[in-house]
Design a protein around this ligand. Structure first.
Ligand code: URP
Ligand code: ZN
Ligand code: ZN
Ligand code: ZN
Length: 471
């Protein structure tokens, strides 16, 4: 096994930053060294490989706790496979992805999880884990939730949206939450009032309002706040911890903050698209262009000020994690399914490659601290999803999942240069004041200044523990 010394950098954790050298032996970090310490310097002098991180940040590898590689949706599949999507993650400094295995009506949870294992095994550039979507809550799937805890799949996504596809009734949600309260699992909630939305969608289409913009208009913030409130109340009844995914409405986050202030185990996740993009500018782009940004929950109005409020909730800790909800579809033949009917546009945006950069821009812009960046992108996702220790921290004994990030570098985002399997970029023209220089996954350099140098199949399935998610 080889040793690597990362020398001269500033190690940034979720709680502070200091100049330290990082010594890696094999797959693990073995020591943090005060720069110039002579005895330890001798050890370090034997390192087979030295990475100069002078003037750069040395951070834990990013953990993207919300991706959908190859997701079946609306008659097509998300365009990144585990191979292409995990490679793009590596380019962007993300060394662990947590993807969603999907069970829907009439399917066996265990069979479906096996399908997702098959899709991912041997194909990933970085380590991966799974959440389980429970689309059909019944006696069998509740039993499977108990079984999955022992298999390292310790979080379960339920839907209050998509009637006829994924939606759970309130009664089903209560049963699943009771199960999670009993087995220590975490309930993840897609909180939108799907029945109300479906009516608004049909009415809009009947009026001839078929452009992508109306995807946003027919999913107003009230449908998100109402569902979030209901989810919080059902969590209160059952005692289940609740993690609300892809929150975009400031009113929904206010509800989450209120629950947290009352001492509840409730957490909010947002995504880069909700921090930067808007209903008016992107979904409202001319013609069919807005289809590039059709996702659910939808982008929110800039005039209403959701984006700034979301940054505020990152600072207050009510948004605990920033994930991408990476769910890419090409315009050609995929998003185009919804020409003339926005409800047929497959929902999703691809950002797995850009999350670390986009959030670092928030540091540069003075919206969040350097430590908060590491907290929401690396450390809290690890704690929240039972990965902490091996992942999410630079410390002796941890996996050597490490990113050397250059705050003086530059990244231009474009379809011409990105590595996701998409024929457009939702972030075209974004200029980032920072750059992912080197990425190590369990001690192996998988990306350096020459580009991607990893291998398909290096990434392993990670069995997750229960969340360390107490307030
Ligand atoms: O639009 C989205 N978010 N697509 C992915 C599926 C989901 O609901 O997370
Ligand atoms: Zn969702
Ligand atoms: Zn999602
Ligand atoms: Zn660079």
């Amino acid at each position: 096994m080889s040793t690597t010394l990362i020398r001269g950098g500033t190690v940034v954790s979720s709680t502070g930053s200091s100049l330290q050298d990082v010594l890696v032996d094999g797959e693990r970090i073995v020591a943090l060294l005060a720069p110039g310490t002579s005895v330890l310097g001798d050890v370090a002098a034997g390192a087979a490989q030295v990475i100069d991180a002078t003037g750069k940040y040395v951070i834990p590898g990013g953990i993207d706790a919300h991706t959908h590689m190859e997701l079946p949706f609306g008659g097509t599949f998300a365009s990144d496979t585990f191979e292409t999507g995990s490679r793009a993650a590596a380019w962007g400094g993300t060394t662990t992805i947590v993807d969603f295995a999907v069970q829907t009506y009439g399917q066996s949870v265990q069979d479906q999880l096996a399908v997702w294992h098959e899709k991912a095994a041997g194909n990933c550039a970085v380590d991966y884990a799974f959440h389980q979507i429970i689309g059909d809550v019944n006696d069998e799937s509740l039993k499977a939730m108990d079984e999955l805890i022992g298999e390292g799949v310790t979080s379960f996504k339920l839907f209050m949206a998509y009637p006829g596809v994924f939606l759970s009734s309130d009664g089903q949600i209560v049963r699943a939450m009771q199960t999670a309260a009993g087995n220590g699992g975490l309930i993840m909630m897609h909180a939108e009032n799907g029945s109300a939305i479906d009516v608004l969608v049909q009415q809009a289409l009947a009026r001839g309002e078929t452009d992508p913009y109306y995807h946003g208009v027919t999913r107003p913030w009230q449908t998100e706040q109402e569902a979030t409130h209901r989810a919080v109340m059902l969590a209160d009844i059952t005692g289940a911890p609740l993690y609300v995914v892809h929150v975009s409405a400031k009113q929904a986050l206010a509800r989450i903050a209120e629950a947290r202030n009352a001492g509840m185990n409730v957490f909010g996740e947002t995504c880069p698209q909700y921090l930067y993009l808007s209903l008016e500018e992107q979904l409202g782009a001319p013609g069919f262009e807005g289809a590039k940004w059709v996702c659910s929950t939808p982008l929110r109005s800039r005039a209403e000020g959701h984006q700034d409020e979301l940054w505020k909730y990152i600072r207050t800790g009510d948004v605990t994690t920033v994930s991408t909800d990476h769910c890419p579809f090409c315009m050609k033949d995929q998003k185009e399914l919804g020409i003339g009917d926005f409800s047929k546009i497959p929902n999703g945006i691809g950002s797995v490659e850009h999350r670390m950069d986009l959030l670092f821009q928030g540091v540069k812009d003075g919206k969040i601290s350097l430590e908060k960046w590491v907290d929401v992108c690396c450390t809290t996702p690890a704690r929240m999803f039972g990965l902490y220790g091996p992942k999410g921290v630079i410390a002796p004994g941890a996996d050597a999942d490490i990113v050397v990030y250059d705050p003086n570098g530059h990244t231009s985002i474009s379809v011409d240069t990105h590595h996701m399997n998409m024929d457009y970029s939702a972030w075209e023209g974004y200029e980032i004041d920072g750059h992912v220089d080197v990425v190590l996954s369990r001690g192996t350099v998988i990306k350096d200044e020459s580009g991607y140098v990893g291998t398909k199949g290096h990434g392993r399935f990670v069995k997750r523990a229960l969340s360390q998610n107490l307030l």
